[in-house]
Design a protein around this ligand. Structure first.
Ligand code: ADP
Length: 224
């Protein structure tokens, strides 16, 4: 288990399974799950000023400007439920965001950052993303091809409606993958150089991926 006050980061392309794994790790270690994508979508739904800036960018599969995302994240980390650490899903996504996270972690005295690098083949990503459906109430994640709900369109866990994210279409997915290659992939080298990166085989089934992550975080394998 990560010692108190640690930041766990899931790094990987859209469709790598960051959301699914972040939910599970957060539950296992009693840490809050912070998804910048969910925070931005929440702002869009509430029609905030931030949401109005983010909406057209997200619809095109582009990243939201760093200063906006960083402010949003810092506000969230300052909340008391984050004092024992947190699991990040979708942040940092650029080198500027990674530098800022380092600054924020120093400011709030967080310890080591664990970065789990979820490695997946590109072909699998398209299938995972086009098939993804998300529960409206609890954010539980399904896949119509690989992990369908018992009843079509309904969440097994809370009975709420499953939605297809508007950016989970082939055209926008291609853009999101391109943004990942261009802006986010360099973070693997950044964290490798700091000896904070642990590779995870994210091609495996969701339960196996959870076990490999737990092994790393339980300290069986120190992050390299
Ligand atoms: P995925 O990782 O599957 O693409 P997310 O829900 O994490 O899904 O992100 C959806 C969109 O939200 C991204 O395409 C981007 O526009 C925006 N976004 C999320 N996190 C960030 C971030 N840290 N920096 C900039 N934009 C972000």
């Amino acid at each position: 288990m990560p010692r108190l006050g640690h930041a766990v980061i899931l790094l990987g392309p859209p469709g790598a399974g960051k959301g699914t794994q972040a939910q599970r790790i957060a539950e296992r270690y009693h840490l809050p799950h912070l998804s910048t994508g969910d925070m931005l979508r929440d702002n869009i739904q509430r029609d905030t000023e931030l949401g109005r800036i983010a909406k057209p960018l997200m619809e095109r599969g582009e990243l939201v400007p760093d200063d906006i995302v960083i402010r949003m994240v810092e506000d969230r980390i300052a909340q008391p439920d984050c004092r024992n650490g947190f699991v990040f899903d979708g942040f940092p996504r650029t080198l500027a965001q990674a530098d800022d996270l380092e600054r924020i972690c120093e400011k709030y005295k967080f310890g080591v950052t664990f970065v789990l690098h979820m490695v997946v083949d590109k072909d699998l990503l398209m299938r995972r993303l086009t098939g993804r459906r998300i529960c409206k109430a609890g954010g539980h994640i399904y896949n119509v091809y690989d992990r369908p709900p018992k009843q079509e369109g309904i969440c097994d866990l809370d009975g709420s409606e499953l939605i297809h994210r508007p950016d989970d279409t082939e055209r926008v997915i291609s853009e999101r993958l391109a943004a990942y290659e261009r802006q986010t992939r360099p973070l693997a080298d950044y964290y490798r150089a700091r000896k904070q990166l642990s590779p995870v085989d994210a091609m495996a089934g969701a339960d196996d991926v959870t076990s490999s992550i737990a092994k790393i975080l339980d300290g069986v394998e120190a992050p390299r």
